[in-house]
Ligand binder design. Structure first.
Ligand code: NAD
Length: 368
């Protein structure tokens, strides 16, 4: 926390209580909210890979409610370059061994876990135990059981937990939620969501190792398509049937390449979805009783576009990550629930677990 705002808050609180200007209770807390709003919370990024370096740190140069206060890295060289580039003091730089001592650092309010999936649970729980609020990247964990442990640990530590679901702050997606859930163009009759890219990266990367990633394109990319179906309809799916294709078994030895699924919602409604590390897909398409709406490209941060049966959406693109982190900081400051809590990550993991079960059984599997 930045000291000047904190001391100004204490000063004003003492002043107003001393002067008898405020009655205790609701007026004090709303007064607190007003005063807290001009203070930025400190975020520490854990894991300085592509997403932290390419998106989150740059976004933190544009945030109003939070700032890049610290880093956690196992690479001393990265500590040096990040410290110089973002003006991070030595006292706010941690490695994986001394990470828990972040508990004693008042500059860090929020820990943002941007590590391989298998490490999300451990670092989320350690951060919460260190008294920090947590943002954890997607997919939340290796499976739903781990998600539950993370939620429980944060509750026990009385810390807020959020998942890095940037699209909940993206105006095209907010519009899709409105169109679908409020049935603006009539009831959704058909829904298809797809997300994937042709993997051309390192064949030894953590994303292709099951123990580190939990799975392949479904965990990494399909999660957006699953979530797109859930928030277009505003409902939770009941069951799922899935099948997979593998054209590059040498590359995708341990993880899934392409998966197709049929997600059943109440009223026998089936949403179709697919994920891939071997196809450039990125869309959400809904046919409704009176027209259609769709996004394509739908899920990236390089520009989202959409149209409806009435014409182009004409919605500007935004800095998704800056809005996402600012919103969480504001929730922490004002003690309000985040729209993307751990429970939201758990809901997607329950679907993903059921898709993997369906691949094994060859049958439709219940979600839950
Ligand atoms: P990355 O491989 O570029 O970075 C991972 C970081 O973790 C590296 O700095 C690496 O040094 C560190 N690390 C620590 N221990 C490691 C280990 N045992 N093995 C491998 N790396 C280790 O990955 P990334 O693309 O930055 O992804 C990190 C997280 O962010 C993932 O959960 C991913 O799904 C998520 N992500 C989210 C988005 C989004 O749009 N929300 C986009 C990209 C990635």
């Amino acid at each position: 926390m930045k000291t000047p705002a904190t001391s100004r808050r204490n000063f004003l609180r003492q002043l107003s209580i001393g002067a008898g200007a405020l009655t205790l209770g609701s007026s004090l807390s709303s007064f607190d909210e007003l005063l807290l709003a001009d203070k930025k919370l400190g975020i520490a990024l854990v894991g300085l890979g592509n997403y932290a370096g390419g998106q989150l740190a740059p976004a933190l140069q544009h945030t109003q409610n939070c700032y890049l206060a610290g880093i956690v890295t196992g690479t001393p060289e990265k500590a040096k370059t990040w410290s110089a580039k973002y003006n991070i003091p030595q006292k706010n730089i941690y490695n994986y061994q001394n990470f828990d001592s972040i508990a004693q650092n008042p500059d860090i309010d929020i820990v943002y876990v941007v590590l391989p999936v298998s490490m999300h649970k451990e670092y989320t729980i350690r951060a919460a135990k260190a008294g920090k609020h947590v943002i954890c990247e997607k997919p939340m964990a290796l499976n739903a059981a781990d998600c539950r442990e993370m939620i429980d640990a944060c509750k026990q530590a009385n810390r807020m937990l959020s998942i890095g679901y940037r699209l909940h702050f993206e105006p095209h997606h907010i519009e899709v939620m409105r169109l679908g859930q409020q049935q603006v163009l009539g009831k959704v009759k058909q829904l298809e969501t797809a997300n994937g890219f042709v993997y051309g990266g390192d064949p030894n990367a953590w994303r292709l190792k099951k123990s580190l990633s939990g799975g392949g394109a479904l965990m990494d990319m399909g999660i957006y398509a699953i979530q797109g179906s859930r928030y277009t309809l505003g409902q939770e799916p009941i069951a799922v049937k899935a099948r997979q294709e593998k054209t590059k078994p040498d590359l995708f030895k341990e993880v899934d390449e392409t998966i197709f699924w049929e997600l059943e919602f109440r009223g026998n409604f089936i949403a179709h979805g697919k994920s891939s590390y071997n196809n450039n897909w990125g869309y959400l398409k809904a046919k409704t009783a009176n027209g259609f709406f769709e996004l394509e490209p739908a899920y990236g941060y390089g520009g989202i576009d959409g149209k409806t049966s009435s014409g182009p959406m004409n919605i500007p693109n935004v800095r998704q990550q800056a809005l996402q982190m600012d919103d969480f900081a504001s929730c922490v400051i004002n003690k309000k629930p985040t729209r993307v809590p751990g429970e939201e990550g758990l809901k997607d993991m329950k679907v993903i677990d059921a898709i993997y079960r369906s691949l094994d059984s060859g049958k439709q599997e219940k979600i839950g």
